[in-house]
Design a protein around this ligand. Structure first.
Ligand code: PRX
Length: 531
C-alpha cells in the first residue's frame, strides 16, 4: 500500500492529511509514511515480534496508528485493532483470545488495561506511544526495512466482531484480500489520483482499515483523517477546508447531519465533492433524497461485513440507483437469496443473503474457533477439494430479497445482533456486563428501532429481590456498562421486569422481548417455558 509508491512520482504526494480534535494538523507524504512504518517494523522486530504474532492497536485516530498498522504488516505479524471506546472487559476478551504479544496504546487509554495484566500472560509489551521512552526508541530505529515476505493465504489483520451468542469472535483476514479491497475502492469509491478522500470510519472497525488505510493508499490517494468526535459544523468545515472530493460515511452520521437542517450545508463551499458513499446500516430513502437536495449528489449505498472483508453489494457511480436498494453484487461475486439449507429462492422472496465462498477478501478463519467458522457455510465449504460451483454458500446472517433486475433489498438481521449508530453490538456481551452489577439477577438485551441511530440498545433487567427499581438505578446500570464494557454499547433504555421469557432449556428469548417492545405478535411460543 505504501512502499509501492516509493521511487515513483507518487512518493512526494501527501498520503495523510490529519486533523486533531483541538485543531492541530499534520501531513505525511507516501515516502514519509513508508519510512515511519519501517521504523515501527524495526522496533517490533527488536522486540522479537515475528511472522504470525498478534500485535494490537488500541489508539485514537492519530498518525501513529497508521504507521504502526503498516509496520506490523511489514513484519509479517497479524495486526489487530481495538476501538477506542472499549473498556476493560471488552479489551481483555479480545487480547486474551488472540494471545496478543504486543499492544500499542496511549497513556490515557492504557489505564483501561493496566488492572488486567494478570489475565493476559501472553501480553509481553504494552507500548505507550506518547511516552518519552517510546518516542526516543522509535526515533532511533532505521527507516529502511526488508518486508517479511508473505503468501496470499497468510494472515494479515484480525478484528473482533459480535454475534448473537458468546464472546466476540476474531475474524481473520489474509493478504490476498487486497485484490478485492483495491478493486472495490477503484471502481465503487471511484478513487482517482487527484482525489482528496475522507472515510469517516474508525480503524477499530473493518471499514476504517480496508477503506481508511489499505485501499486508498494502494491507489496512491490522499486521505483525510479527523481524530475528533462527530460534530456537524466541524465535519462541514473539514469537507470545505480540505476540498474533499470523495466521502465514505454511514447512515447515522448522515441522519444526524440531516437533522441539523440545510442551512449549515449552505454556509460552506462544498463544491469539490463529487462522489458520496455509505455503509454499515440501511441507508434510508430520505437520506438519499436529502443528499441530492443539499449536495447535488446521491449517497451510494454499499453492503458488506467484517467477515466479507470488502464491499459485496454496491451501487456504482455510473449506475441507476434504486432508492432503498443495497445495489448489485460486485462483479466476480456470485450472490443469491437461499433458504436455510442453501437452496436458491425465486426473485422477490425473502431469504438469507448468501455468496459463493472463495472471493479474495473472504475471512479465512475465526481465531481458534473452527466450529464457528464452519457454521457460516452451508454444504461443502470449506472442503479443500470443493470446486466453485459445488462449494455451497456463505450465509451472511442478513435477510434480503432480489428483484427482477438483479438489485438486492435489505430486510434485517436473521439473528439478534444489534446495529447502533452503525456499530455492531452483541446482546450477550451487554447482558454479561449487566449481570456483573450487584443489583442485577439477569438481563435480556435487544436492538430497539430508533429514527436517528437505526437501533438503540435496550435492556430488560430482573433485579435482585428487595432492590428498588428506581430511575437512578437505570442511569447507574447504563453507566456501569459504559465504564466496564464499551462506551458505544451501553443500554440507552432500561426496563425492569419480573421475569425474562426463556426456552425450556433456559435460553433468553430475545425475539419475544423485541416483539413485545414493538407491539407485534409474539409468534410460536411452543418451546417457551411458562411465561
Ligand atoms: O446487517 C448488515 C449491516 O451491518 C452488518 C455488518 O456489520 P459489520 O461487520 O460491523 O460491518 C459493517 C461495515 C462493513 C451486516 O450484516 N449492514 C452493513 N452494510 C449495510 C448493512 N445493512 C443495510 N445496508 C447496508 N448497506
Amino acid at each position: 500500500a505504501i512502499d509501492r509508491h516509493v521511487g515513483t512520482p507518487v512518493e512526494s504526494k501527501t498520503a495523510l492529511l490529519w486533523e486533531g480534535d483541538n485543531g492541530a494538523t499534520a501531513s505525511y507524504s507516501f515516502c514519509e509514511m513508508a519510512r515511519l512504518s519501517n521504523q515501527y517494523a524495526n522496533f517490533l522486530t527488536s522486540l522479537g515480534v515475528a511472522k504470525g504474532d498478534r500485535v494490537f492497536l488500541f489508539l485514537p485516530r492519530i498518525p501513529v496508528l497508521y504507521a504502526a498498522f503498516l509496520g506490523i504488516l511489514k513484519t509479517g505479524a497479524i495486526a489487530g485493532s481495538l476501538f477506542s471506546a472499549f473498556q476493560q472487559q471488552a479489551l481483555v476478551d479480545r487480547l486474551e483470545n488472540s494471545s496478543a504479544k504486543v499492544l500499542f496504546t496511549t497513556k490515557e487509554l492504557s489505564a483501561r488495561v493496566a488492572g488486567a495484566k494478570a489475565k493476559l500472560p501472553n501480553l509481553q509489551h504494552i507500548i505507550i506511544v506518547d511516552s518519552p521512552e517510546f518516542l526516543g526508541a522509535i526515533a532511533k530505529q532505521p527507516d529502511t526495512f526488508a518486508c517479511v515476505h508473505t503468501k496470499p493465504e497468510d494472515y494479515s489483520f484480525m478484528l473482533y466482531t459480535s454475534g448473537t451468542t458468546g464472546k466476540p469472535k476474531g475474524v481473520v483476514h489474509v493478504h490476498n484480500g487486497i485484490l478485492h479491497e483495491y478493486a472495490t475502492a477503484k471502481y465503487v469509491l471511484d478513487l482517482r489520483p487527484d482525489d482528496i478522500y475522507w472515510c469517516t470510519a474508525d480503524p477499530g472497525w473493518v471499514t476504517g482499515i480496508v477503506y481508511g488505510i489499505l485501499s486508498p493508499w494502494m491507489l496512491g490517494v490522499t486521505m483525510l483523517v479527523h481524530a475528533g468526535r462527530f460534530d456537524p459544523d466541524v465535519w462541514y468545515g473539514l469537507l470545505e477546508k480540505y476540498k474533499v472530493t470523495v466521502w465514505y460515511t454511514a447512515p447515522t452520521a448522515i441522519r444526524m447531519l440531516m437533522s441539523k437542517g440545510d442551512a449549515p450545508v449552505k454556509a460552506h463551499n462544498l463544491t469539490a465533492l463529487r462522489h458520496l458513499c455509505s455503509v454499515g446500516e440501511p441507508l434510508n430513502p430520505e437520506a438519499i433524497r436529502w443528499g441530492v437536495k443539499v449536495f447535488g449528489l446521491a449517497f451510494h449505498d454499499t453492503w458488506w461485513q467484517t467477515e466479507t472483508g470488502a464491499m459485496m453489494m454496491v451501487n456504482f457511480r455510473g449506475m441507476d440507483i434504486k432508492i432503498g436498494s443495497m445495489g448489485v453484487p460486485f462483479p466476480g461475486l456470485e450472490a443469491a437469496i437461499v433458504d436455510d439449507t442453501g437452496n436458491p429462492l425465486p426473485n422477490k422472496t425473502e431469504g438469507n443473503l448468501a455468496f459463493r465462498p472463495g472471493w479474495p477478501s473472504m475471512m479465512a478463519a475465526i481465531w481458534q474457533n473452527e466450529e464457528k467458522y464452519t457454521s457460516y457455510f452451508v454444504n461443502n465449504w470449506p472442503a479443500s477439494n470443493a470446486s466453485r460451483s459445488d462449494a455451497g454458500w456463505y450465509i451472511s446472517g442478513d435477510h434480503a430479497w432480489k428483484d427482477d433486475d438483479g438489485y438486492y433489498w435489505f430486510i434485517g438481521r436473521a439473528d439478534d445482533v444489534i446495529k447502533t449508530s452503525g456499530e455492531r453490538v452483541g446482546p450477550f456481551e451487554v447482558e454479561s456486563a449487566l449481570v456483573e452489577h450487584p443489583a442485577v439477577t439477569e438481563a435480556g438485551v435487544i436492538g430497539k428501532p430508533d429514527e436517528l441511530r437505526g437501533e438503540i440498545v435496550k435492556a430488560f433487567v430482573v433485579l435482585k429481590p428487595g432492590t428498588k427499581p428506581t430511575e437512578e438505578l437505570k442511569a447507574e446500570l447504563s453507566e456501569y456498562v459504559k465504564k466496564h464494557l464499551a462506551g458505544h454499547a451501553y443500554p440507552r433504555e432500561i426496563e425492569f421486569i419480573d421475569k425474562l421469557p426463556k426456552t425450556r432449556s433456559g435460553k433468553i428469548m430475545r425475539r419475544i422481548l423485541k416483539a413485545k417492545e414493538m407491539g407485534l405478535p409474539i409468534g410460536d411460543t411452543s418451546t417457551l417455558e411458562e411465561y
